[in-house]
Structure formats: structure tokens, C-alpha cells
Design a protein around this ligand. Structure first.
Ligand code: ADP
Length: 462
């Protein structure tokens, strides 16, 4: 099968979040399964020749190679992409994002013709490439080159929809008849994500539970109606984890490698983490790790309410993250009050993240909603027991055999779950059984890619 992956970011070239991990890893996994894949990305200023081997094709077009032979083409445009940020700068979103990404979508489709690459499947991700399914069904409909192409649209987080003022509509090059409630309009604004949902052949999200949740008022961010109407075309496929990066047996950032069979190294990592974090070095005190964006979505509202009580429990808390200023302030104040309990790191630090996954006994991730979640999957591999709220990808992966699950998104349930976990920690046999279970799970990209191939087949038969 010939597959085109279109996204606005992909590892290793440009990343702001989980989308980049998927867009970088899925093509490689598909290639390993024998599929023919190319990818297309915008050429941001940060993607430069000094970091990557980049070959020029012609003016405004270059490529690099990932996997064995996957060409990742970069669409260049001085005006739109030659800037440091992907979507925003310090002052907020770039005001011309609609122009930038509608250009990206159109140019992508034209490029296929220039490259003489006619894919069976165009796989689009999030609002930045959501116009592609729509353009295929409208502007390019009558062009025979595009006739057989089927589209898949993956929603990585429905909270981000690409909303723009109606006044910008002419820039899309579309007939005004498409600006209505059934297609691109959302309460008087242009909603690009909605266009992707309406016009793609198949829609999917990054976990089964989230694919159902987004069809409800509580989690749909206004898209529940339109998704419900297409519910037989909506699927969920859990993201994989890159075990070449996240593996305690080979991790170059941790003080001692370990495995399920050789668990002793984990205790050394805990000791190291306590030292690095200036916490009392105590084996018997449960150490709870958090690596997260500091945002309400990640559970920081209930965590803020519960923090005082949590700090009075017999535990230690290492927090690594950046995000909302109000949580920075709140946590800084808590550290002042409980310096022997909390160690706070308000930054993005990949190395420390690895140390936290390896050295903690538990990983706290009580997200309010979670499309897939990587933190809990990484924790499993490191024998670090997750404590999560029952939502989205967390509900699909964490259960009583490998972690602790809050039934309700409340401060009380959060405290109860932490108490349960610290109680279980004292029972060495029970705790070891949990660790052993957790470390057995395999969320490799190979499994996810096989499911994507089935979805592509489904789209092809449409
Ligand atoms: P998100 O919604 O932020 O994409 P995920 O759980 O899917 O949440 O993925 C977050 C990823 O980013 C994880 O690999 C996590 O370890 C990492 N991460 C988050 N915050 C930090 C940080 N401050 N420093 C290092 N890594 C971080």
C-alpha cells in the first residue's frame, strides 16, 4: 500500500507534543511491515542542515530520510514557515495560522502530482492538516489524479480545533456554501478540525475509550454531534511507545540499568533520585513521581486541592513540569512549606524525566481527560506503578493489576487512591507482583501499526 503521512510536526525534526512522536514513529513501523510510506512536513527554521541530512530537490522543496527509506519532504515557504515557533511565539498564536496551514495542505496535494506519487491513503493528523480531506472532496474532486485517494483523519486532542474568524474564510479558496453548521462553521467561526471530521473517509483517535468519550457532551468540546453522526467511521488505536528510548535495560540517563528479572537496580535509581532531588534518602518511604504539563487537563486542579493532605502522608513527591503560572506559584509555595516532601523542577528536562520514571515507586497522572497518554506506558516499562483517573487512554491501559485507578475525578478519590497505593507499597509481596505485571506489558509501535493497516484497508474499501 502507498501511504502519505501529513502532519505539522514529527520527531526528530520538530516537536511540541505527542503528535510529533506518533508522526515520527508510525511511518517507520509501517515501513517495517512492508508498506511504502512518504511523509510531508513544513520546513520550519529550526529544521536546518546542521542538524539533519537534508537533500534539495528543487526550489522550496527538500527532503530527509527516516527508517530505511522513508522520504520526509519539507515544504519550504519563507513567509509562512521560516520562523522559530511552530504555531506561536511568546505573545500567543501566530495571527496567520489559517493562511499558513491552508497553504501547507494545498501545497501537499499539489506536490503529490509533481512527485508522481499517488497514494492509496493520505493520513492526516489534527487541525493543521484537516483541510486535506476537505480539499480532496471539493477543489480536487474532478481531477482524476486524486480520485482514488482515501483519507484518514487522526484526532490527537479534540481540545485543539483550529478556530478562526469568519472574515478569514476567503483565504481558504472555498465556496461560501461550505461555511455552514454541517461542515466548517462552528458558532460563527471557521473550525478546521470539523472539516477533517466531516470529509475524511475514516476518523480515529489515539485510544479506544477516547474515541467513545469524544462522542459525548462532556469530552467532545462541541464536536460530539458531528462525530455521533459518523460513529460507524470513528475508531481508536492506542499509540505505541518507542522502546529504543524508553527501556530501563538500556537507558543511558539512569544510574543503574535494570529489568523485571534484575530489579535491584531500581532501588539504586531511587536512591540517586532522592539525592539529586535533595530529599531524605529513605528506601521505605514511597516516592511518587510526576512528569507533566502543569495544566488542568493533567489533573492539577484536584491535585492543588488535595496537595496539603498529600504532603502530610508518609511519602515523597518529585514533580517535573512547566505550564500554567498559577500551578507554578502554588507548587512553589507548597515546597516552601514541605521541603522534605516535595522536590519541584519547573522546566522541560528529558534526562531528569528518565531518572524520575526509573527512580519513583509510583507515577501520578490523574488527567481529567487523556486521549492516549505516554506517561503511564513509560511507567509500566520502568516498574513504576501509575495512579490515574479512569479516562481515555488511561482507562484503556491501567487497571488494578498494574496500577491504581480513581473512579471519580475528585479530590477525595485522588487522596483515597494515593492512600491505597502507599498502603500496598508496604506489602512487599503485593508490590512486587504489581511491578512484575506492569513490566510485562508491550505497547510497541508494531502492534499499533498493524491496526492502522487494517484501518487503511477499511478506508480503501469505502
Ligand atoms: P501530552 O498531553 O503532554 O502530550 P503525554 O503523556 O501523551 O502528554 O506525553 C507527554 C510526554 O512528554 C511524556 O513523554 C513525558 O514524559 C514528557 N514530558 C512532559 N513534561 C515534561 C518535562 N517537563 N520534561 C521532560 N519531559 C516531559
Amino acid at each position: 500500500m502507498k501511504i502519505l503521512q501529513v502532519s505539522s510536526e514529527a520527531v526528530p525534526f520538530a516537536k511540541t507534543g505527542g503528535l510529533a512522536d506518533v508522526a515520527g514513529a508510525l511511518p517507520v513501523a509501517l515501513e517495517r511491515l512492508g508498506e511504502e510510506v512518504i511523509a510531508i512536513l513544513p520546513r520550519y527554521k529550526t529544521i536546518d542542515d546542521s542538524k539533519f541530512k537534508i537533500t534539495r530537490v528543487k526550489e522550496n522543496l527538500s527532503y530527509s530520510v527516516i527508517g530505511q527509506n522513508i522520504k520526509v519532504y519539507f515544504i519550504e515557504n519563507e513567509k509562512y514557515f521560516n520562523r522559530l515557533g511552530l504555531y506561536q511565539d511568546k505573545t500567543g498564536d501566530y495571527p496567520d495560522n489559517l493562511e499558513r496551514f491552508s497553504y501547507f495542505c494545498k501545497r501537499t496535494l499539489e506536490l503529490l502530482k509533481e512527485l508522481k506519487f499517488s497514494p492509496d491513503i493520505v493520513h492526516c493528523h489534527d487541525w493543521q492538516s484537516a483541510l486535506i480531506p476537505l480539499y480532496l472532496e471539493t477543489v480536487y474532486k474532478r481531477d482524476s489524479f486524486y480520485k482514488k485517494i482515501k483519507s484518514i483523519f487522526t484526532i490527537h486532542n479534540i481540545g485543539y480545533q483550529g478556530l478562526f474568524p469568519k472574515e478569514e474564510y476567503p483565504k481558504l479558496g472555498l465556496d461560501w456554501s461550505l461555511f455552514n453548521m454541517e461542515t466548517l462553521e462552528f458558532y460563527g467561526k471557521i473550525n478546521l478540525l470539523k472539516g477533517g471530521i466531516v470529509f475524511s473517509d475514516i476518523i480515529n483517535t489515539v485510544s479506544n475509550a477516547y474515541s467513545k468519550e469524544i462522542q459525548t457532551k462532556e469530552f467532545g468540546f462541541g464536536m460530539e454531534g458531528i462525530l455521533n453522526r459518523r460513529k460507524t467511521d470513528v475508531f481508536g488505536i492506542l499509540n505505541g511507545l518507542d522502546y529504543s528510548i524508553w527501556n530501563p535495560e538500556t537507558d543511558k540517563f539512569i544510574v543503574k540499568d535494570y529489568s523485571a528479572a534484575e530489579l535491584d537496580g531500581k532501588a539504586e535509581n531511587k536512591e540517586e533520585l532522592q539525592k539529586v532531588c535533595s530529599l531524605p534518602v529513605k528506601k521505605e518511604v514511597p516516592l511518587v513521581g510526576i512528569v507533566s504539563r502543569l495544566a488542568e487537563q493533567k489533573g492539577f486542579d484536584i491535585l492543588a486541592d488535595a496537595l496539603e493532605l498529600i504532603c502530610k502522608m508518609d511519602l515523597q513527591l518529585v514533580i517535573l513540569g512547566t505550564g500554567d503560572l498559577k500551578y507554578h506559584v502554588l507548587l512553589e509555595n507548597a515546597v516552601k512549606k514541605y521541603p522534605k516532601v516535595i522536590s519541584l523542577h519547573l522546566k522541560f528536562d528529558d534526562q531528569l524525566a528518565h531518572k524520575i520514571y526509573a527512580g519513583s515507586d509510583m507515577f501520578l497522572m490523574p488527567s481529567k481527560y487523556e486521549p492516549c497518554g505516554l506517561g503511564q506506558l513509560i511507567s509500566f516499562k520502568y516498574g513504576t506503578i501509575p495512579i490515574v483517573f479512569k479516562t481515555g487512554g488511561l482507562a484503556d491501559t491501567v487497571n488494578k493489576d498494574n496500577g491504581f485507578v480513581l473512579e471519580h475525578y475528585t479530590k477525595n478519590d485522588l487522596i483515597k487512591s494515593i492512600q491505597e497505593a502507599t498502603g500496598a507499597f508496604k506489602n512487599k509481596k503485593k508490590w512486587l507482583a504489581l511491578i512484575n505485571n506492569a513490566m510485562q506489558y508491550n505497547f510497541s509501535w508494531e502492534e499499533s501499526a498493524k491496526k492502522y493497516i487494517k484501518l487503511y484497508d477499511k478506508a480503501k474499501s469505502k
